[in-house]
Design a protein around this ligand. Sequence first.
Ligand SMILES: Nc1ncnc2c1ncn2[C@@H]1O[C@H](COP(=O)(O)OP(=O)(O)OP(=O)(O)O)[C@@H](O)[C@H]1O
Ligand SMILES: [Mg+2]
Length: 262
Amino acid sequence: MARARAGGRRAVTLLKTVKLRKYFGDTRAVDDVDFVVTKGEFLSLVGSNGAGKTTLVNLISAFMRPDSGQILLDDKDITYASVDERLRAGIARSFQLVNLFDDLTTFDNVALSVFSREGKTLNLMRLADHDQDVRREAEDVLAQFGLAAKRNVPAKGLAQGERKLLDVAVAYALKPRLLFLDEPTSGVSTRDKGQIMDRISAVVRAGNVTAVVIEHDMDVVFKYSDRIVAMHQGAILADGPPDEIRRNPAVAANVLGLPAAG
Ligand SMILES: Nc1ncnc2c1ncn2[C@@H]1O[C@H](COP(=O)(O)OP(=O)(O)OP(=O)(O)O)[C@@H](O)[C@H]1O
Ligand SMILES: [Mg+2]
């Protein structure tokens, strides 16, 4: 699929879903969705509460099985691959509600993630401090996310914005090619949102990681995205660059909650 992107580089499809479906009783959470992620882009997935964003990410990251349809990564069918297989293939995600080990330090949360990527077990975690490579890598990830000064603080002792960043850092430490972030700025002040997104976008762009971010704050979305996909009632309502999405009347009515024009 050839789609022009900012900077004029040729667009290469990294992931796509084909008629992906997940219903919960009468609720069509994801309704035959064809969703495309292009290599290297920073993509935002938007939509009002209940639009189906988290369900779509749950299906792609194997936390839920679809009723029907396909998920292709590099044209390979991963529809029924396990979470571990998808991780090895390069897909990682963070959660809408943070998913940290509260009693472990900031450093240990990241080191554990590096360890788990290497296929090592939880029992080996206390060796993290002795494993120079893991330590160096964890320190590097903490520094990239601006959390180095908090390395010895238990996750439960961090401020909300720092917890959200740590959650992203833990997913990033899995070294994904494709990183899904489910509301990385939820529950933090508007000022903190900007700082968190500055940090996340700088890290993923520097690391050449393709990112799909679910976000409600449209100021954030318009500022950071290469492309925006808007969902409504389980279907894709609009898909395009920020300028186009900003002018889209269906998005204004169904996502931004503005009255329909004229
Ligand atoms: N495990 C589940 N069981 C039953 N219904 C579910 C389940 N998960 C999601 N749903 C329903 O599916 C629809 C889509 O939910 P989803 O969580 O994907 O929306 P969302 O776009 O992430 O919303 P939000 O912005 O509020 O996080 C909603 O109607 C929701 O109530
Ligand atoms: Mg959600």
